[in-house]
Design a protein around this ligand. Structure first.
Ligand code: ADP
Ligand code: MG
Length: 144
């Protein structure tokens, strides 16, 4: 089964490493210009999932951008990654002032934690991923 088909059914992980591996798998399947929206409560594993996406692109040392809104990862020969944590965004109308869209070239991958904070600014093409669970177990589900 492809990773996308598996994610539509829901993938269970039992460790942070497992969730990172699923993120890696999704990133490998994604076309250029893709957007990933990560839904889930605080501690659900969104940043852990992004770590996997970043690894697939060749970026390591991912940290949560909560207090910076977003981090931009760019390097010669690698796809650009923009990692936004929209948690502190007060209103979707504040999104344009972050000027993130200006960074989103055709090759770039855009990953958003707390995508509900973007309202209609979230691209309709986004892969919507839901993370749920507690303890070491998480269910990761893709909604088409
Ligand atoms: P979020 O970004 O959604 O707030 P984080 O990824 O920062 O969440 O934190 C998730 C925490 O849960 C990490 O400390 C991670 O080690 C832990 N964890 C335990 N089991 C899992 C799992 N199966 N998947 C993801 N994270 C897990
Ligand atoms: Mg996070």
């Amino acid at each position: 089964m492809s990773i996308l088909a598996a994610l539509q059914k829901g993938v269970k992980t039992t460790s942070a490493e497992g969730t990172t591996a699923v993120g890696r798998g999704l990133a490998r399947e994604m076309a250029a210009g893709g957007v990933v929206a990560l839904y889930g409560d605080l501690g659900a594993g969104k940043t852990t999932f992004v770590r996997g996406i970043a690894e697939a692109l060749g970026y390591h040392d991912i940290t949560s951008p909560s207090f910076n809104y977003y981090f931009l990862y760019q390097a010669q020969g690698r796809r650009t990654l923009v990692h936004l944590d929209a948690y502190r965004l007060k209103s979707p109308s504040d999104y344009p002032s972050l000027m993130v869209d200006e960074l989103l070239t055709k090759e770039a991958l855009f990953v958003v934690e707390w995508p509900e904070k973007l309202g209609d600014y979230l691209p309709a093409s986004a892969y919507r991923i839901y993370l749920e669970g507690r303890g070491d177990e998480r269910t990761i589900r893709l909604e088409k």
